[in-house]
Design a protein around this ligand. Structure first.
Ligand SMILES: [Fe+2]
Ligand SMILES: [Fe+2]
Length: 195
């Protein structure tokens, strides 16, 4: 019998493997954006989309050289539903996995994973240090400036948008909105809240 954890169980797994605050926040950001996007795809199960977001980088702290491979091992070890293991591994397509994103869930995960880092970096540059008042045009500007948050692979985002058949602007806009839903947890709700 395969296992689909509830959010509390998934969070416990995340906290067991990821002790670094920035990795936990990244997982929470991807979770929030995945849940937000699920609402835009009829029939999508927001709990599953969120779960995949939460667990996708489980191995990154301990096994950065074996990223994706180790996550798959860990998750198979706890009998996670194979469909979800596949989805998680596909986020590293072309980088650390040869599993190509095929489902809507997989394509969205691939598209928004790196992008959440750009949204975070952009929000933290603002006087408000908040994602709540971040506008599309500010994010677009940073997206087009390769030297800003240079580690964020823009080509992955463009490729994902193309697979989804979405305009890049719509991907950027909905990713901002998704992160706004978890602003406080991400430390991006403004100076007072993000101490
Ligand atoms: Fe990753
Ligand atoms: Fe990630």
């Amino acid at each position: 019998m395969s296992w689909i954890p509830n959010r509390t169980e998934a969070l416990a797994l995340l906290e067991q493997y990821n002790r670094q605050d920035n990795l936990r926040k990244h997982a929470l950001a991807v979770e929030a954006v995945m849940r937000h996007f699920a609402a835009l795809f009829p029939g999508a199960d927001a709990d599953e989309w969120g779960l995949v977001g939460l667990l996708h980088d489980l191995d990154y702290e301990q096994f950065p050289e074996q990223h994706c491979t180790k996550t798959a091992e860990i998750l198979r070890g706890v009998d996670l539903e194979p469909r979800l293991v596949r989805a998680i591994v596909s986020h590293g397509y072309g980088i650390c996995s040869d599993v190509k994103p095929e489902t809507d869930l997989e394509k969205v995960l691939y598209t928004i994973d790196e992008l959440t880092g750009l949204v975070t970096a952009t929000a933290l540059m603002r006087p408000s240090r908040s994602v709540l008042d971040l506008e599309l045009k500010s994010l677009k500007k940073k997206f087009k400036t390769p030297s800003f948050a240079a580690g964020v692979n823009r080509d992955v985002v463009r490729q994902g948008a193309e697979w989804l058949g979405w305009e890049l602007d719509r991907v950027l806009e909905e990713t901002i909105r998704g992160m706004q839903t978890a602003a406080a947890a991400l430390g991006l709700a403004g100076d007072e809240q993000s101490s």
